[in-house]
Design a protein around this ligand. Sequence first.
Ligand code: HPA
Length: 276
Amino acid sequence: MKPMVKEANEAAAYIRKQSGHRPAIGLVLGSGLGVLAQEVTIADVIPYGDIPHFPVSTVEGHAGQLVLGELEGQTVVAMQGRFHYYEGYGLDQVTFPIRVMKELGVETLIVTNAAGGIQVDFSAGDLMLIRDHINFMYDNPLMGPNAPKWGVRFPDMSEAYDPSYRQLARRVAEALDIPLQEGVYVGLTGPTYETPAEIRMFRKLGGDAVGMSTVPEVIAARHAGIRVLGLSCISNLAAGMLDQPLSHDEVMETAEQVKPRFIRLVKGIVKDIRSV
Ligand code: HPA
């Protein structure tokens, strides 16, 4: 895998030409959660296809554009649509936007996703604060030559999801009366959903939710010293937990219902995250 330092620089230079906003906070908006970008004011919208070296998103429900502007008094850059490993991109491409955010000056990353609940106490529609992750993608975006400009060869991952940010998220959720679960996200390649046997295994291994994103982005962010907060929308209970098959439509429908709560929570977090 190539570190793509030069490419990230060129992409960042292009974005700085298109927008005067200088974001400190990056947002990655998952399946069905891209609407949050509509809350960004005085927005500059840049389609991924216009940005040098950017891959282009292929999945339904992912808009494929960067939105720079103001949210709750903070300057943000939001990815409306992300790149997934299962689409056939290498993890260098999946994490390219995070490297570009680093070059733009982002110091805080809020990653969101739709995920299947493994924990028996979870319900579809729950929001889960990510406490930690398990990389089950059999790959790592930092494979290959290291880019010392971004970070060290062997990055520490012991507090990948910033403890102060998690405390803030719990405080904001409580103040807004939004129930918030907390747990470990298991990152898988997809695109198949899991088998019931796999889900039983992941539960035994300490997983609380499963999904097909987020882990590579968080690894790239932590490598580059960006502090991370992660939120999962539990769009369904994982395979074998209910007597029904899983579908992408169900994932999108639940995300639709959760949207108002999700937006309130993320906005509340964005407002204060730079001060913790
Ligand atoms: N499994 C994997 N990824 C997912 C799921 C799931 O059940 N739901 C949403 N993304």
